[in-house]
Design a protein around this ligand. Structure first.
Ligand code: SUG
Length: 443
């Protein structure tokens, strides 16, 4: 029992080359935005405004720095040589490959890793497994930076156990916390893990027809083993293939949980009745299952609004809040649902944030953050600069305004000045956050 443990949300910050590249097959928003002009400054500012909003609600808020893009190190592994500027110039002539190596996707850190708090692990440490993101090329290149970033943020190995990514093959596709929901009577109590997979890697299973099931059961099981989770308190559930085909590329697009509550759509799971039974058995506390029926909000409206990609958080007074994307107010059925239910049941209030730049790539509030439950000793062991205050958010806003462009097209990526601008910005940021030399260009 550890009453004082708290959940800390670490948000990924959009990078100076935030862009709309249409890279994520199966993610409808990403495909629809391909080639549009992006606004990196607005992307970072919108993310920071959400972080500030959560601090105002009394939560502890952390931040992860962006990945460097274009990814010069990976381009070198692909045979481009010379100076960094020459690498970029030569690679930019291979447009599709270059765009993939320039992806903005590292900001969605719900896909950075799976995390288990120390109440759930046998050695009393927080365990983190870096996601291999093996299904999509543009995301598979994130893992090396993610590993360095997590080690710099959680440096003390007596508190934090870092696991490298699983072998990078689609049959072991692992998309991190986006497919893992931890339920517990309170954050500081031992939890039950709900791992949701899109398909089995090695055995035939009912699979989506149109779009890839990114997370495999084998990957989820491996993460549970690595973290030493109690098998009685781990449930492995298949996502409904129809949901994946409707654009639910991660389970966090259709379900979100917090402490005793699981909030999910009727169409989320392949066998919803089994999931409810298995979870009820695996949760030795009063689990609350809040199912939204398709007659209230259709599957298409759930995907369009990103209702379930809201963050569900516990406030210091013990009540809970849903941190929603603005779009929830514009989809009539969702706005009606929220009006009818928020304040009437387990969700006490809803807050809305404009995250348009992230949403246009298929990333809502929940995609942007990695949840880490920490007891006071572990919190004290976090790199201090990674934990935000209103003052450090202002400093980050000023940093964004100094360094980020407000327009970026795919053609701009080849601009050699962009590489210099990005590196100057990220070098300054790693200093601001006190993270040391985490970028390859700083080595
Ligand atoms: O993997 N989008 C990301 C969005 C990730 C959202 N994360 C969670 N649901 N947890 C993805 O599909 C689009 C990039 C582009 O098209 O430029 C992208 O990769």
């Amino acid at each position: 029992m550890n009453e004082a443990a708290r959940e800390v949300n670490f948000d990924g910050l959009a990078g100076p080359t935030h862009l709309f590249a249409g890279l994520a097959y199966g993610n409808k928003a990403s495909l629809a935005s391909r080639g549009e002009i992006s606004n990196p400054r607005a992307a970072a500012r919108q993310g920071l405004a959400k972080m500030a909003g959560l601090i105002e609600l009394g939560l502890v808020q952390g931040v992860f720095p962006p990945q460097e893009r274009p990814d010069v190190m990976t381009l070198r592994r692909l045979g481009f040589g010379g100076t960094d500027e020459q690498v970029v110039a030569a690679a930019s002539r291979h447009r599709d490959l270059f765009v993939a190596m320039s992806s903005a996707a590292g900001m969605w850190v719900a896909n950075a890793a799976t995390v288990s708090p120390s109440t759930d692990t046998p050695d009393g440490r927080v365990h983190l497994t870096v996601a291999n993101l093996a299904t999509h090329l543009h995301r598979s290149i994130e893992a090396p930076h993610t590993a360095r970033m997590l080690s710099a943020t959680f440096p003390d190995e007596s508190h934090f156990a870092h696991h490298p990514p699983l072998p990078a093959h689609a049959d072991l596709g692992d998309e991190g916390a986006a497919n893992h929901t931890r339920l517990a009577s309170s954050h500081g109590e031992p939890g039950t893990s709900l791992f949701v997979y899109g398909r089995r890697g090695l055995e035939p299973s009912r699979s989506p027809g149109a779009f890839p099931g990114r997370q495999t059961r084998e990957a989820s099981e491996a993460v549970a083993r690595l973290h030493g989770l109690d098998p009685q308190r781990a449930v492995f559930a298949q996502q409904a293939p129809e949901a994946i085909d409707a654009g639910v590329f991660h389970n966090d697009v259709i379900a979100v949980g917090n402490e005793r509550l699981l909030f999910y759509h009727q169409a989320a799971f392949a066998d919803p009745a089994w999931v409810c039974r298995a979870l009820t058995e695996a949760c030795p506390f009063d689990l609350e299952l809040m199912e939204v029926e398709a007659t209230e909000v259709s599957l298409a409206e759930a995907v369009d609004s990103y209702l379930f990609n809201s963050q569900l958080v516990s406030l210091p007074d013990g009540s809970s809040a849903l941190i929603c994307p603005e779009r929830c107010r514009r989809v009539p059925s969702v706005a009606r649902y929220l009006d009818a239910h928020v304040g009437q049941g387990p969700i006490s209030q809803a807050r809305f944030f404009d995250l348009d730049q992230s949403m246009r790539n298929g990333g809502g509030p929940a995609c942007l953050r990695l949840r880490v439950v920490l007891n006071p000793d572990q919190l004290a062991a976090v790199n201090p600069g990674s934990l935000l205050t209103p003052g450090s958010i202002t400093a980050l806003e000023e940093w964004v305004d100094r360094h980020y462009r407000d327009e970026l097209s795919l053609d701009d990526l080849a601009d050699p000045q962009l590489l210099v601008e990005g590196r100057t910005a990220l070098d300054e940021l790693s200093g601001l956050l006190g993270l040391g030399s985490i970028y390859s260009f700083q080595q």
